[in-house]
Design a protein around this ligand. Structure first.
Ligand SMILES: Cc1cc2nc3c(=O)[nH]c(=O)nc-3n(C[C@H](O)[C@H](O)[C@H](O)COP(=O)(O)O)c2cc1C
Length: 436
């Protein structure tokens, strides 16, 4: 029997699909967060472990050397800051986790440790941090740098960063707050310590000036795809989010992470691996195929996909012929994992044209199109072969009807089969992830 699996949703604080026939009248209000709070409520009803808010911090101009592609298509821009949305989601839910992306390249460690601690307190222990080191020179240029450090060096910085923030979260002993009326003592100063961190990249005196939050440290998410990234994630993360390369590739990835975790002295069951999927479900197979074609198999989608991958890799994909294969020697100092995934397409080999690669990108290495029952069949079978642990829903350009099709169509089918949670039994996100 398949064991239960977890569900998360990887989304962006960007405009919903405002052009769709299903666009709701309040679509213009998205910057206030209402659309995404409603989404979070639907997800909590469906028993998702967490909503993960992606982030990048620039308006990309890689596609065609101009901001036009990003702004015209609203791809990664405009994008609101994930941190206030995480607070809003936390305040409007009571059980589900919420995860915000913050970059080790741009946040000073003390500031990040403080913000994360505060949100975890507001969220009652349901806050997570998606640890990224960012991938775009354009972002670096918004923070006074000419360019980002080289890929592996970014991980060296991230490792030291992770060390500083952890020491800051540990700078208060768990029982430092005494609130003793007898001695008029709120916090015992003997239990709050400076950290006097003096590293290669960072120094910080400490202690943190926030009170320990319910989890003490946020739940850690990471998306390492490269060897260096996998190593970091296996040592640090509570959950890893990954784009799969077919069921076999997903199993290989998860096995590798678990082996690395064990070698690092961790219990591999304490790390949950989530693979990105983008299901399209409808009442019949034909309706689902038609809905998928309307969404992902047309010129508008191809352009959006190319703007997106140009933004993640800072390679100009407008320069290539849509009806020819890509040069096979493309590389990037940006999101290398995303580039390799994109170039793999449907996995059929190097003859695929750029247009075919862009269309295949909407399936994230596993096509899930059909009725709730047939999609649930495939998710169940694949998860059985991979060995665990969860699926991460993602869809570019959200509509309320898409969210409902997942939360009120697909998930109930998974729940009826006993495959996903029907209730939350633990107070914190870390414990929710470890429940099964
Ligand atoms: C599901 C998923 C979500 C990601 N979210 C972000 C993000 O919000 N911001 C960001 O800068 N990078 C994001 N990334 C990129 C990763 O941080 C990382 O750079 C990428 O997976 C490549 O791995 P590597 O750096 O080990 O090569 C994401 C990657 C994946 C697979």
């Amino acid at each position: 029997m398949t064991k239960k699996f977890h569900l998360g949703w990887f989304m962006n604080f960007t405009p919903p699909d405002w052009e769709s026939q299903w666009a709701s009248p309040d679509v213009a209000d998205w910057p206030a967060g209402r659309f995404h709070v409603d989404m979070a409520k639907a997800m909590e009803r469906a028993g998702f472990d967490f909503m993960m808010i992606e982030d990048t911090v620039m308006v990309a101009d890689a596609y065609g050397g101009s901001m036009e592609g990003s702004l015209k298509n609203a791809i990664f821009a405009p994008k609101q800051d994930p941190v206030p949305l995480a607070v809003l989601v936390a305040a409007n839910t009571s059980k589900m986790g919420v995860v915000a992306t913050m970059s080790t390249s741009f946040y000073p460690p003390y500031l990040l440790a403080r913000v994360a601690s505060t949100i975890d307190s507001i969220a009652g222990g349901r806050f997570g941090w998606n640890i990224v080191s960012s991938a775009e020179d354009r972002a670096a240029q918004n923070f006074g740098l000419d360019a980002l450090p080289e890929h592996d060096e970014r991980y060296n910085v991230a490792e030291e960063y992770f060390d500083v923030v952890n020491q800051l979260w540990e700078s208060w002993e768990a029982d430092a707050v005494v609130m003793d009326r007898g001695t008029h003592t709120y916090a015992d100063f003997n239990k709050v310590h400076t950290i006097d961190f003096d590293g290669k990249y960072f120094t910080s005196r400490g202690p943190l000036n926030t009170i320990p939050s319910p989890q003490h440290k946020p739940t850690f998410l990471q998306a390492g795809a490269s060897p260096k990234g996998r190593q970091f994630a296996a040592g640090a993360a509570d959950a890893i989010i990954a784009i799969g390369t077919g069921v076999e590739g997903m199993k290989e990835y998860r096995d590798d992470i678990r082996a690395r975790a064990e070698a690092a002295g961790r219990n591999p069951d304490d790390i949950k691996v989530f693979f990105v999927v983008s299901p399209t479900v409808a009442a019949t197979e034909e309706e689902a195929r038609a809905a998928h074609a309307r969404f992902g198999d047309n010129d508008r989608f191809v352009e959006k996909a190319l703007v997106g991958i140009s933004s993640n890799t800072e390679i100009d994909f407008k320069q290539f012929d849509l009806d020819k294969p890509l040069p096979q020697d493309l590389t990037t100092n940006g999101e290398l994992g995303s580039l390799l995934h994109f170039m793999r397409g449907d996995g059929s080999g190097p003859d695929q044209t750029l247009r075919q690669l862009a269309v295949a990108a909407s399936s994230f290495g596993m096509e899930l199109i059909g009725t709730p029952a047939s999609v649930a069949d495939r998710m169940e079978l694949a998860m059985d072969e991979i060995g665990g642990d969860g699926w991460l829903i993602h869809r570019r350009g959200l509509t309320r009807d898409y969210i409902a099709s997942i939360c009120d169509g697909l998930v109930p089918e998974l729940q009826r089969r006993g495959l996903t949670r029907t209730e939350y039994t633990k107070p914190t996100l870390r414990e929710t992830l470890r429940e099964f």
